[in-house]
Structures are given as structure tokens and as C-alpha cells.
Design a protein. Sequence first.
Length: 358
Amino acid sequence: MSVKPGTIADEQAQARKAFYARIGQQHLAPLWERLSGLVTRSPQPAAQPAHWKYSSVRPDLIAAGSLLTAEEAERRVLILENPGLPGQSKITGSLYGGLQLLMPGERAHAHRHTASALRLFLEGAGAYTAVEGERTIMQRGDFVLTPAWRWHEHGNDGSGPVIWLDGLDVPIVNLFDTSFSEAHEEEGASPAPRPARDSELRYGGTLLPEGNRAAESLSSPLLNYRYERARETLVALHKNGPVDPCHAVKLRYVNPLTGGAVMPTMSAAIQLFPRAFETAPYRSTDGTVFVVVEGQGRSQIGGASFDWNPSDVFVAPSWAQQRHRGETEAVLFSFSDRVAQEKLGIWREQRSVSQGLT
């Protein structure tokens, strides 16, 4: 609304403008001008619904294999950058996502960093991750952890390219200005070698070794959550029922020592959609990254709709209504910052019923 020059209202507006300029020089700002943007009635994420088709991304990732040297290959990753957060290297407001490629014989040497990382293996054979000297061979759909500040390395001993998805809590770590990283003093070496699959034998069943203390780490001690086992459980639960209207058949990955989330900042889950099953509307405050492990389907995220296929990645931002339909029997892996929100007491969800997908 315009103010007529020379009026009392104009004088007040000019006085206010001068006041703002004066306090700005002292690095002060008026809350009454900014409150609506700071304390919103509902989440207003900058992140947008987004979808990356693996069939479109893969050729460029493979092309990067010939553009970067073996030394540079340690970071041969295409960042999945949310279109609502350009230039910020974020897939949601709090998480990083990327697709990493290693060509035959390549490796990422031992290093560690403050950020926690998870990996979902997508393609190839002969790839491994080693954490604190324990090596695990990764297969399609395997969910692998590299907890914060643990020495880890990756390699490809196979004859073809290998690709996996990386998920990290880098934006959370950087929010607190607590990022540290270092490379191992001896290139290619990891400290204290351990037997392969040691953590799976210790923690992958329903028994726990005597003497383990849950408080020793905030992250799960299990290195590799095998897809074969998760898939078997999903099928059994689908058969035995019931099927959740909002999630179909969904399992949370947990720390076997505590029953809580696998990491202090990131939660992960896997869910099965029966053929032609359509979920009821659902939304939650944790922006969620989905990866298609098996099958084809369609998801409606807010006002966007995505038709997805194996290895596609898509994002449901905070508080965006989501619905999913498996055109075939389908399996989706997902990760988010839900556990961090729960610890802060700010996580919220909403389940509802409405018309089908459009």
C-alpha cells in the first residue's frame, strides 16, 4: 500500500526506515519484520520433490570414468543436488546424496571424517568397503555403514564398473561447524585388520556376544545389512500380515545393541509394495530420500508425480504429502534425518485417507 508523501504515515515510514538503517550498522535486526519467516505455521522446506532416473544418470557417471584419473577416482561422485537447493550439495535440507563409481582395480584409500555415511550398493561385482580394517563385499541392495570418525576405504576387485549411492549427514555436521577429516598416514592401509564379516557374525543374528556395551558407540556395530535377509523378512511379513495402509510392508534398520536407529543422525528403512498396492496419503517432517531396489511404480510427492524403475532416486521434502503405488511388486530403500528430529523432540507425522493417485 502506497503512502502519500508529506503525510504523518509517510513521516513514520521514513523514521522507521532510518531506524532500520541505524540498527543495521550495529548488526541488529527487527524481529517484528522477520518473525513470519522464522516461526512458520508449518514446514516451508526449500527442497523440492525431485527424481533422478538411473537410466539417464548412469551414462554420465560412466563417462566420468574416462575423465578422471585413478588418483582422482577416490571422489568420482555425481552429487544428487536438489533443484530447490542449487549450489549447496544437498539432496534434502539436512542430507547429502551422491552416486559413486569405481572402475576395475580402483580404490579410495583409508580416510575418516566427522560426517556419518551410509551406502546402498546398486551395480556390479567385486566391490568392497572396509571399516576399521574389516572388509565386506557389497552386493545389490546391501546397506553398508561407515560411522563417524571410523577409518574406512573402498575398492573394486571386479572386472567391471561398480556403482553405489552415498548418503551423508554433511549438512548437519556443517550446521554445527564441526567438520574434520583426515587421510591415513600410510596410503592404502587401514589400522588393525579384522576378519572379513566379523561384525555380521557378532551382531547379524538374534544373539549378542557377552560383554558388549551399547554405550561404546552411537552407531550400529554391524557393517553390512544384507539385502537378501531384508528381502526374505519383507516377503514373510507380507504373507503373515497385516499390511500398513500408508507404508505397505516397512522395516526399520536398527542398531542390534540398542534397537534404535543405525546412526545418531540418519535413519534408514526398506519397504515392499505388493503389485498394484496403493498407499494412503502420508507425510512427515523428515525429508526422505528413496532408492528403488526392485520393481516399477509411481509416487506422488506433493504436486509432483514420478514413474520409477530400479536404481532410480527420488525425494519427498519435509511435510510433503506422499503416496506410492507398485505397478509390479516393488522394494524401496529410504533414509532421512528422522532419528535426529526424534531426539530433539520435533519429529511429526500425519496419516490420512483420500482419493487415489492422479
